[in-house]
Design a protein around this ligand. Structure first.
Ligand SMILES: NC(=O)c1ccc[n+]([C@@H]2O[C@H](COP(=O)([O-])OP(=O)(O)OC[C@H]3O[C@@H](n4cnc5c(N)ncnc54)[C@H](OP(=O)(O)O)[C@@H]3O)[C@@H](O)[C@H]2O)c1
Length: 329
């Protein structure tokens, strides 16, 4: 039986990766600090090794204890993390680093693995922990994967766009589900055609396995829904999953300013479309879940949770002011 070591593994993407590898006959171990609840605590198919991945000796200890065939790295936020892991796991069949669509450094459509430039990363950015340096750090992690592969390590990168689905602790989609659930009229920033490519979490998990099994060392693979949807289509999918109907009200930057709002106040709105080409991954045999099925799972999980996405709420009272004025036009 093949052994998979998931660095992380208890929150969102890693949690689904554990299920994916179990479903495909792997023996699975999760490696984490134990700060977050372990949903697999009473599942005797999933072993747990406690440790901090930023402590090289603890990560090396996990490598010796588990002797994994496959390593999925969910917690590499710094280039140093990737370099260390590539050294420690230099003899595995596959080391898969979760990078990000944020690694791309040019606004083109679509973003392609072997064509679109990545962000540069300065020495300061490589150690910085701000949101602004996230893309540069992820890109430098990709370059560490490419360099390790040159030295014979079976290292690969997977670049997800915005991930959604059950157990999504970012609550980005929860904001929109909550709106559709509680309001008859939903303000959609812009004209509704805005696109920020999203990836269903189970498809990210299957991408990690497919790349581990069939990917080529030194390669990066984008992952995102094969059928991407606009912001307005996303709202409609949510309404269908909730078995309800809502009126979508488009609001331009000028109209939003009536309520002291702007387009960027809306989570999952992005001025320039973010679209990842997923053909390279699909060529390995990966497929994505139909968007209505994926959205149904996300909505069902939202209803079972206490997440409401309120941290992303631009303020309903502000929106009411916009709606009030739009009604008089
Ligand atoms: N969500 C998105 O839209 C998105 C998009 C693109 C890329 N990504 C990438 O996806 C990855 C995050 O995935 P996730 O959070 O969903 O994964 P996850 O593996 O489900 O959860 C994070 C895990 O990491 C563990 N952890 C955190 N710090 C650790 C450390 N220093 N040493 C050992 N374990 C540690 C946490 O447990 P403990 O706290 O108990 O240690 C937890 O198990 C990141 O690499 C992120 O850049 C996410």
């Amino acid at each position: 039986m093949e052994t998979a070591l998931i660095i992380g593994g208890t929150r969102f993407i890693g949690r689904h990766a554990v299920e994916e590898f179990l479903d495909h006959g792997y023996e699975v171990t999760v490696f984490n600090r134990g700060n977050h609840d372990n949903p697999f605590e009473s599942d005797d198919r999933v072993a747990h090794v406690q440790g901090d991945r930023t402590d090289d000796a603890e990560l090396a200890g996990a490598a010796r204890e588990v002797e994994p065939d496959v390593v999925v790295d969910c917690v590499a936020y710094y280039p140093r993390d990737v370099r260390t892991a590539c050294r420690i796991f230099d003899d595995v069949d596959a080391y898969v680093y979760i990078s990000s669509g944020s690694a791309y450094g040019a606004e083109v459509m679509p973003k392609r693995e072997d064509e679109t430039p990545l962000c540069d990363c300065t020495a300061e950015q490589a150690k910085d922990d701000s949101h602004e340096s996230y893309g540069p750090r992820k890109a430098e992690g990709d370059r560490a994967v490419f360099a390790a592969a040159e030295d014979g390590v079976n290292a690969m990168a997977v670049r997800p766009c915005i991930v959604y689905g059950p157990h999504d602790y970012t609550e980005r989609l929860d904001f929109w589900i909550d709106r559709v659930r509680n309001d008859d009229r939903v303000v959609v920033p812009g004209d509704g055609t805005n696109v920020w490519h999203r990836a269903y979490v189970e498809d990210v998990a299957s991408a990690l396995r497919v790349v581990a099994e069939a990917g080529d060392p030194g390669e990066a693979y984008n992952v995102g829904d094969r059928r991407m949807v606009t912001l307005e289509e996303m709202v409609e999918l949510i309404a269908d999953a909730l078995d309800t109907e809502v009126e979508v009200v488009h609001a331009s930057e000028r109209e939003l300013s009536i309520g002291d709002l702007s387009l960027d106040d809306y989570v999952l709105y992005r001025d320039y479309p973010h679209v990842l080409d997923t053909n390279k991954l699909a060529a390995l045999g990966w497929e994505s879940t139909p968007v209505d099925e994926a959205m149904q799972a996300a909505v069902d999980d939202h209803l079972d949770s206490d997440r409401d996405g309120s941290e992303h709420d631009p303020g309903r009272e502000n929106e009411e002011r916009v709606l009030g004025v739009l009604d008089t036009l």
